[in-house]
Ligand binder design. Sequence first.
Ligand SMILES: [Fe+2]
Length: 479
Amino acid sequence: MSRRLGVSIALVALASGGLLVSAALLCQIDPRISIRDVPNGLWLGIIFWIVLTIVASSLAVRMPGGNLLDVGFAPLLAAMSLGGPIVAGLAALIGSTQPRELRRQVSWYGVVANHAGITGPALVGAYALSQIPSRSIPVVDLIATVGAGCILFSLNILVTGSLVSVRDGEPVLRLVRADAGAYLNMLALAPVAWLMAQMYVSAGWWAVLLFAVPLYTTRLAYQRFVEVREMFTQTVQSLAEAVDKRDTFTSGHSRRVQEIAMDIGRAMKVSDDELEALEWGGLLHDIGKIGVPDAVLLKQERLTRDERATMNSHPVLGAEIIAPVNMLAPELPIIRHHHEWFNGSGYPDRLVADEIPRLARILHVADAFEAMTAARPYRMTPLTPTQALAELRKFGGIQFDPDVVDAFVRTKWARELPDAGRPETRSVPLIGNAAGSMATDGRALAEAATRAGSKGTAAAPPGDGPPAPDSACPRPAIA
Ligand SMILES: [Fe+2]
């Protein structure tokens, strides 16, 4: 455990403990929590809700973001509504006990963090709820209970997200948003919690047990959500692996490109959604190679013009393959444009500079670096990372977006490498721009292309990168 994490957990534990002691000193237990007509009904009622919370919490589901979700939220909120802050604090503190804690599968500080992370928010929610007047009016009580549930749940995910962020270095917002859909489902349990409390008061403790069925089906829904997402992830990974495995030289290529691209994305502070698009896009960027025949894909000799055209069709093929999958819509531009060049001489659409989607520009740099530093049949000795970085610098503004190369230098892949830094700005004509502005002057356009070619735009970097269409480069490294 790092010192920072230890201090963070201690602060959360102290705050939650302080709130619990305050509640014990300052608040009364609401008699509505009592089980009627039995001796010690008050304590039996408290124990009943704590046990119910333990049972519901014990069936937790781990969400894709790493957080555990369970339906213990419902009995906890009902106990808060019925008994007030003291009962809410006890139900949260004891009721959030997980079987894996009893099996000692969680570190002691993890146990402290989990319990403190729910107890404090439960007490804050209960305090807020206890301040609401006219709760004898059902609709007021319902709204107040849902509001208290929002406070409890929002504070809980904020506290636990912050602690996980300190532990793993992931942005809090990313952790919270990863499970956003499930959080909304959890909040939908708030009215159920209110109904449980109403049934407890009006019909008796046994009526609450009837809620076991809807709570269990809700828990099953969480589990199905996680399983379906996991299945999707594994399918995409298998697909990417299948493409890479067609060529022994590119085995694992997509996975490494994915890692590099995501690191560049983080360095450029892209949004969480964009980072996720890079995650899938990195894996699937060459999926179109499924449609490239072995005779072309695995050919070690120089490709003919037709073979080159077939090879260069893979971004379009990939986009067509992915298009029917709605969930992968954000990845389409990455897949289609990951071979566009910054100066407009790439393919398939010869986009220029900012016309190329930013994520595709990021993936292009990641793809090139991975390809340059891995062996290929036409270049058995790969470039060293330092040489590859020098190539990225050399072709910044020509093949690669210089800003993306700058961001790449800040990642772990290049941080320690000697780097001459951003080269002085070179005046490299952008072919696409020239085409736009000089469309009516064919001779001037030809001259611009010639000038660009003399600076390297029409020739691929040595041993790397796709050649410009129709170039004489023998073989693309990252096609
Ligand atoms: Fe590619």
